[in-house]
Ligand binder design. Structure first.
Ligand code: GDP
Length: 431
C-alpha cells in the first residue's frame, strides 16, 4: 500500500491514477496505476480519507496495489515526480500526534503494535494505542492539579498557610496520588515482561531430550534432534510464546564431564547461558536413574535462582513405577507431549506470578514511562516530607510542579522536541 498525506494528496494521486477521479471521502475506488507513457502498470484500489478524519488528520489517500515491489516502487517514484516527498520513519504517526489526534503514549503504542511478536503483546499495545495509559494517568493527574490549585489559592489569599490547607488535608489528597503513581510504575515489571519477554536456558546431560523438549515448547522443528550424545554443540535459540509472553529459549549443549575439547566449549556456553537466563529449565531423563551430573546441574541451577526441573521421557516409565514416586519436578514426555501443558503453565507461573495478568489492562510497557513515573513519585515523596515538617507551601508547590512535569512528559502536554525525536526515530518508514 502506498500512502499519501497532506493537502496535495488528491492532486498527486490524481496524476498517477486513471481514470480521472472525483474523490469522495471514505470511499474506495477501483483505479489503474499508470506509468509516464500512460500505460497501465497495475489495477489498484484508492481510498480517500478526508481531513481531519484520517490517520494523520490530513487529507490522506491510500493506494492498494497487488503487492509487487516493482509496482510499489514505481507508484512511489511517480508520486515523488508529482511533487510528493518520502515520509520520514514514523512521520504519519508523528503528524497524527502533532495534529492532536493521538497522544504520545498512543503513538508509542502504535510502534509496539507494529513490533509485536505475539498476539498478547499486540493486544496490550492495542489497548495503549486506544489511550489506556493516559486513561490510567488522568485520575492521578487531576487530583494533583487540584492540590496545586488549592495551595496556590492559599498562598494568594491567606496570610496563614495552615488555615487554608491543614497538613492532614494535604496528606489526605497527596498519599493516594503517590500510591497510584507507584503502582503504575510498578506495573512496568510485568509490562516489560510482555514487551521484552524472558530468556530461558534449557540444560541437562546429553541425550536427556533437551532438543526434543525445546521443539515441543516451540511447536516447530528448530533444533536438530539426534540420538548420538552431545550433538547440540552450539546454543540454539528461538522464541516461543508462552501465555502470550515471548520466551526466548536457549537449547544448550549437553552438560557432562567433558573430555573432548569442542564439547567442553559447549558446556562452558551452557553455564554462561544459565547465568544470563532469567529462568533455567533443567532436564533429566526419568527412564534412567538420576546421575551425579543431574544432581550437580540442579544444584547449580538452584544456586543461580529461578529454575524448574523437568523429568523427560516419562512415557518410558511403566505406570506402576510412578506410585509413591519421589521425583519433585514436572514429569513430561517430549515424545507424547504428556505434561507439556503443565510445564508451560509452570513456566508461566514462574515468570508472571500471582495473577499478574489481572494488571494487563493498565500495565505500562515503556521504560521511558516507568522512569518518568518514578521521577514523579520521588518529588511527591519530597512534597510529603515537606508537609510533615511544615515547610512553607511555596516550597511544597515547587515539588508538586516538579512531580507534574514527568506526568506531562508522558501524556505529551509539554513535550520537548528531543523527546519527540527520540520516540519517532524508532519507527519504521511508512508508519
Ligand atoms: P538432547 O541431547 O538432550 O538434546 O536430547 P535429544 O532431544 O536429542 O533426544 C535424545 C534422544 O531421546 C532422541 O532419540 C529422542 O528421540 C529421545 N527422546 C527425547 N524425548 C523423549 C521422550 O520424551 N520420550 C522418549 N521415549 N524418547 C525421547
Amino acid at each position: 500500500m502506498v500512502r499519501i498525506s497532506g493537502s496535495e494528496a488528491r492532486r498527486v494521486a490524481g496524476e498517477i491514477l486513471r481514470p480521472p477521479i472525483s474523490w469522495q471521502a471514505w470511499r474506495a475506488q477501483l483505479v489503474e496505476l499508470i506509468d509516464v507513457h500512460g500505460q497501465t502498470v497495475d489495477q489498484a484500489v484508492a481510498t480517500f480519507f478526508e481531513a481531519p478524519r484520517s490517520y494523520t488528520a490530513e487529507d490522506l489517500i491510500e493506494i492498494s496495489c497487488h503487492g509487487s515491489p516493482v509496482v510499489l516502487r514505481h507508484a512511489i517514484e511517480r508520486a515523488l515526480a508529482a511533487g510528493a516527498r518520502l515520509a520520514e520513519p514514523g512521520e504519519f504517526t508523528l503528524r497524527a500526534f502533532l495534529h492532536g489526534r493521538i497522544d504520545l503514549p498512543q503513538a508509542e503504542a502504535v510502534r509496539d503494535l507494529i513490533e509485536a511478536t505475539t498476539l498478547y503483546q499486540a493486544r496490550i499495545a492495542a489497548q495503549q494505542a486506544g489511550g489506556s495509559v493516559s486513561r490510567r494517568l488522568a485520575p492521578l493527574k487531576e487530583p494533583l492539579l487540584e492540590l496545586i490549585a488549592l495551595l496556590e489559592a492559599g498562598i494568594d489569599f491567606a496570610e496563614d498557610d495552615i488555615s487554608v490547607a491543614p497538613p492532614e488535608e494535604i496528606l489526605r489528597r497527596l498519599v493516594p496520588i503517590i500510591e497510584g503513581i507507584r503502582q503504575l510504575a510498578e506495573s512496568y515489571r510485568y509490562g516489560a515482561l510482555v514487551r521484552e519477554g524472558i530468556a530461558m536456558a534449557i540444560v541437562g546431560r546429553p541425550n536427556v531430550g533437551k532438543s526434543s523438549l525445546f521443539n515441543r515448547l516451540l511447536e516447530q522443528d528448530r533444533a536438530i534432534v539426534t540420538d548420538i550424545p552431545g550433538t547440540t554443540r552450539d546454543l540454539v535459540s528461538e522464541t516461543a510464546a508462552i501465555g502470550g509472553i515471548p520466551v526466548k529459549l536457549y537449547d544448550t549443549a549437553g552438560i557432562r564431564d567433558a573430555s573432548e575439547l569442542v564439547e567442553s566449549l559447549g558446556i562452558e556456553r551452557s553455564y554462561q547461558a544459565m547465568a544470563d537466563a532469567d529462568l533455567t529449565l533443567v532436564v533429566v531423563d526419568l527412564s534412567q536413574p538420576l546421575e551425579r551430573d543431574d544432581f550437580a546441574l540442579i544444584a547449580r541451577a538452584q544456586l543461580q535462582g529461578r529454575h524448574l526441573v523437568a523429568g523427560n521421557k516419562c512415557d518410558l516409565l511403566p505406570n506402576r513405577d510412578r506410585e509413591g514416586w519421589e521425583f519433585s519436578g514436572i514429569p513430561v514426555s517430549a515424545l507424547t507431549c504428556e505434561g507439556i501443558p503443565q510445564l508451560r503453565q509452570k513456566i508461566l507461573n514462574d515468570i508472571a506470578p500471582h495473577g499478574a495478568f489481572e494488571q494487563e489492562t493498565g500495565c505500562i510497557t515503556s521504560l521511558r514511562h516507568e522512569q518518568l513515573l518514578r521521577e514523579s513519585a520521588t518529588y511527591l515523596e519530597k512534597a510529603r516530607g515537606a508537609v510533615e515538617s511544615h515547610i512553607p507551601h511555596e516550597m511544597l508547590l515547587l515539588d508538586l510542579y516538579a512531580a507534574l512535569r514527568p506526568i506531562d512528559a508522558i501524556t505529551g502536554a509539554t513535550t520537548a522536541d528531543d523527546i519527540l525525536n527520540r520516540i519517532f526515530s524508532t519507527f519504521c518508514i511508512g508508519k
